[in-house]
Structure formats: structure tokens, C-alpha cells
Design a protein around this ligand. Structure first.
Ligand code: HEM
Length: 74
């Protein structure tokens, strides 16, 4: 698995919502909001794919950030 892969159904433990006693109490709401957002947004935008000439760029740190995401539309 690569850090830049986007795998909605992944089973491995991740740290996005932390773990243990401070595990995010809003995680179910956050997941639902993201699910609804992607469902509604994808209905409204034209089809797209990653630009094969310009791979996405990332910046590490406390959380992985996408700094450049060139897309090809249509
Ligand atoms: C993508 C959205 C979200 C992310 C990535 C996220 C992430 C986190 C993380 C990493 C922590 C642990 C912080 C620590 O170690 O002290 C945390 C805690 C918490 N989050 Fe979220 N959160 C999200 C959305 C939400 C939402 C929607 C709510 C409430 C409506 C919420 C409420 C809380 C609360 C109350 C805590 C403190 C839990 C505790 O310390 O017992 N979060 N969140």
C-alpha cells in the first residue's frame, strides 16, 4: 500500500481520528459527512481522472497533505 493511494474500504488501523481514550467522538458524523459530500459532489461534476502527465504531489507532517492534484476533465 502506498501513502498516496485512496482506499475507502481499507481494514488496517489508521491514525486519522486517533486511538485510545482521545479517539475522536465525532468520527461517525465526520465519516457520514464525507460520504454524503463525495456522493453529492461526484453527481455534479463532469467525469475526471488523474493527469497521467503530472502526478499528484504531497507534503508530509502531522497529516498528509495533497499540495497539487492535476486532473483531466471529461
Ligand atoms: C474529518 C473530520 C475529523 C477529524 C480528522 C478528526 C480528528 C480528531 C482527532 C485526531 C482527535 C484526537 C485529538 C487528540 O489527540 O487530542 C479528535 C478528537 C475529538 N474530536 Fe474529532 N475529528 C473530526 C471530526 C469531528 C467532528 C465532526 C466532531 C464533533 C461533531 C469531533 C469531535 C471531537 C471531540 C469532542 C474530540 C475530543 C475527544 C476526546 O479527547 O475525548 N471531531 N478528532
Amino acid at each position: 500500500m502506498k501513502p498516496e493511494q485512496f482506499i475507502l474500504g481499507r481494514k488496517e488501523q489508521h491514525q486519522t481520528f486517533n486511538t485510545g481514550p482521545h479517539r475522536c467522538v465525532g468520527l461517525n458524523l465526520a465519516r457520514l459527512e464525507m460520504k454524503v459530500f463525495y456522493e453529492e459532489w461526484l453527481k455534479r461534476v463532469p467525469s475526471f481522472r488523474l493527469d497521467p502527465q503530472a502526478p499528484p504531489r504531497f507534503m508530509g507532517g502531522f497529516s498528509l497533505s495533497v499540495t497539487s492534484l492535476p486532473l483531466v476533465w471529461g
